[in-house]
Design a binder for this molecule. Structure first.
Ligand SMILES: Cc1ncc(COP(=O)(O)O)c(C=O)c1O
Length: 288
């Protein structure tokens, strides 16, 4: 990869020079949004869906984007080219910008917009081959709930704490449950189960981010005649499942082999998890 180049508020600058004010509301209050996208061979996978989520989230926060979709697409493309890194994560960060401290919004503040490219870093082979362990965190979803979970906000404090707790327990991901015991999502992933040839995932709500990979997986499942439902799921449902997997932009589709130490199904990645991942990769190729 060439020396990292970042887009910051209208300029392409070296990573070392890219600096944001200490008064930036993203820094002070987490008052902003981000999108993490994946570039395969230099093309962003499902850019349109990421933009849909970004624009919808910006609308919910009353944080207007200072440019059109076409302009942002061109900035993303140029930043990718500058970095000569075709296999990458591309992160867009949008904050409400610099303004005097205080919660009240200054409508004249100009938003801060950053596009940053990071080389793709695949998950360990054994995670994909054998599946990962997830750790359960009952009553944790409410910590990330409300508006925050419907948008990819710049405040990931609860997710950071929970992911690190999960790591201490030897798990790759933390699984958040709401107060009623419903399964919601991971700290940065959505969750699916397969039982008796039916795919299920919790509905997107105040605790569940509408993940782009989640949406693509549902599309692929339907195209493969695998019935797919969004419904409330409990821990018992996960325990009964034949297969469980996580989805996100970076991990794509990752099998879960154990939940809090208890094996899922026969403890090995299942047929549908592997098949959906193969179809996902074909989908990436077809759109490349
Ligand atoms: C809280 C949360 N849920 C789900 C996801 C998965 O979303 P996507 O498939 O768009 O990467 C993410 C992604 O980082 C996330 O942060």
């Amino acid at each position: 990869m060439a020396a990292p180049v970042v887009f910051l508020n209208g300029f392409y600058v070296g990573l070392e020079e890219a600096r944001v004010s200490v008064l930036d509301r993203g820094f002070c209050y987490g008052d902003g949004l981000f999108e993490t996208m994946r570039s395969y061979k230099g093309t962003i996978f499902r850019l349109g869906l990421h933009f849909d989520r970004l624009w919808r989230s910006a609308g919910l926060l009353n944080l207007p984007l200072p440019l059109t979709r076409m302009e942002l697409a061109s900035i993303v493309e140029t930043t990718l080219k500058f970095n000569s890194c075709p296999e990458a994560y591309v992160r867009i960060t949008l904050t409400r910008g610099e303004s005097a401290p205080g919660l009240l919004v200054d409508d004249n503040a100009s938003p801060t917009l950053v596009v940053f490219v990071k080389p793709f870093d695949p998950v360990p082979d054994e995670w994909r081959r054998d599946g990962v362990t997830v750790a359960l965190f009952p009553s944790s979803a409410c910590r990330t709930g409300g508006l925050a979970a419907q948008v990819k906000s710049c405040n990931y404090l609860s997710q950071i704490v929970l992911r690190n707790e999960a790591r201490k327990r030897g798990s790759a991901e933390a699984l958040l449950l709401d107060d009623e015991g419903h399964v919601t999502e991971g700290t940065t992933s959505n969750i699916f189960l397969v039982e008796n040839g039916v795919l299920k995932t919790p509905p997107a709500n105040q605790y569940v981010l509408p993940g782009i990979t989640r949406q693509v997986v549902m599309e692929i499942a339907r195209a493969q005649d695998l019935p797919c439902f969004e419904e409330n799921l409990t821990l018992d449902d996960l325990r009964r499942a034949d297969e469980v997997f996580l989805t996100n932009t970076g991990i794509e589709i990752l099998p879960v082999s154990r939940i809090d130490g208890v094996a899922v199904g026969d403890g090995k990645p299942g047929y549908w998890t592997r098949r959906l991942h193969q179809e996902f990769l074909k989908n990436v190729e077809d759109r490349g």
